[in-house]
Design a protein around this ligand. Structure first.
Ligand code: ATP
Length: 308
């Protein structure tokens, strides 16, 4: 395998169109059952041959990159290091990320960067690792990283990283409303646990083995936006709204402005509104923008991390 001087890669953000959260386990993680859809909001990365592993971050669009570490805490740096160690090579890389996915926004931006780094370094260093091996490394980096690598539409179980592809037809149009103030995923899970403990008597125990509802898989298979709208679910939505009541107003705004349904994306605070079709999504984007909100029209499913 020959190696290159520089490689450009892009990797998508995701929406969880269904997310059921089970019990917290001894290792602190929750079992989940989720249906992921990769959407056309992409992180772009250029990987250039270098002596050490270094990183710079910039933003495209309304993304605040203040909270993004550029040292070993960055998932992309960790991905490059893990790949070099696994391949047993002593090579460096300079990674330049242009972020479009909101930071701490519940759309898996850091995971997309990690997936992009795996694909970029594999190409830059001429490793030619099989996808199955990259997926194995991805799972070591974070629960959402394998999906960012593969993209499309998939069901995730376990921590969300045990993936099986889901059949999906057609395209779904979404309008995303990001929020300036990010949310910490562990804090939102903590709020869910606290809520379940407080209300254990009323709502019963969390489901032992979460599963994706058949209606969701049916709607994805049919490419039927109305059916999908009726079956969207996110167990992190209630705790996210409890922590950030301001989001409920925006959710209502989108739903009363022509969206089929609105949903907190992952652990929030990004809100995802499903539109009936492309035209309705454009209308909704215009309406929400006129109301002073940042609104982005995207579509899914799209492919995973790939060299451009
Ligand atoms: P998820 O939905 O996967 O939980 P998220 O989209 O809510 O994640 P990210 O933007 O992926 O959130 O990152 C959350 C935190 O992780 C950030 O606040 C930052 O401190 C840290 N981080 C590490 N690497 C990155 C990266 N490459 N980009 C953004 N944040 C990163």
């Amino acid at each position: 395998m020959s190696s290159a001087e520089s490689v450009r890669v892009r990797a998508p953000g995701k929406i969880n169109v269904f997310l059921e959260v089970g019990d917290v386990k001894d290792d602190g993680y929750h079992d989940v059952a989720t249906a992921y859809q990769a959407v056309s909001l992409y992180e772009e990365m250029t990987a250039t041959a270098a002596d050490d592993i270094t990183l710079e971050v910039s933003a495209r669009g309304p993304v605040d990159i203040d909270g993004v570490p550029t040292d070993d805490r960055n998932l992309a740096v960790r991905a490059a290091r893990l790949l070099a160690e696994t391949a047993g090579i002593d090579r460096g890389v300079h990674l330049s990320i242009v972020k479009a996915v909101p930071v701490a926004g519940g759309m898996g931006g850091g995971s997309a960067d990690a997936a992009a780094a795996l694909v970029a370094c594999d190409a830059l260093w001429g490793l030619g690792m099989p996808t199955s091996e990259l997926v194995r490394l991805a799972a070591q980096l974070g629960a959402d990283v394998p999906f960012a690598l593969l993209g499309g539409t998939a069901v995730g179980t376990g921590r969300g990283d045990e993936l099986s592809p889901a059949l999906a037809r057609g395209r779904f149009d979404w309008v995303l409303v990001p929020n300036e103030i990010g949310m910490s995923t562990p804090v939102v899970y903590g709020e869910l646990d606290a809520h379940r403990e407080r209300h254990a008597v009323d709502i019963g125990p969390a489901p032992r083995v979460p599963a994706v509802a058949p209606e969701v898989l049916h709607a994805l298979r049919q490419g039927d936006a109305e059916m999908l709208a009726a079956s969207l679910r996110n167990d992190l939505q209630a705790p996210a709204l409890h922590l950030r009541p301001d989001l409920a107003r925006v959710l209502e705004r989108g739903e009363s402005s022509g969206a089929l349904a609105g949903l907190v994306s992952g652990s929030g605070p990004t809100l995802a509104f499903l539109a009936a079709d492309e035209e309705s999504a454009i209308d909704l984007q215009v309406t929400l923008s006129a109301a002073g909100l940042v609104a982005l029209h995207v579509h899914g499913p799209v492919g995973g991390a790939r060299v451009l």
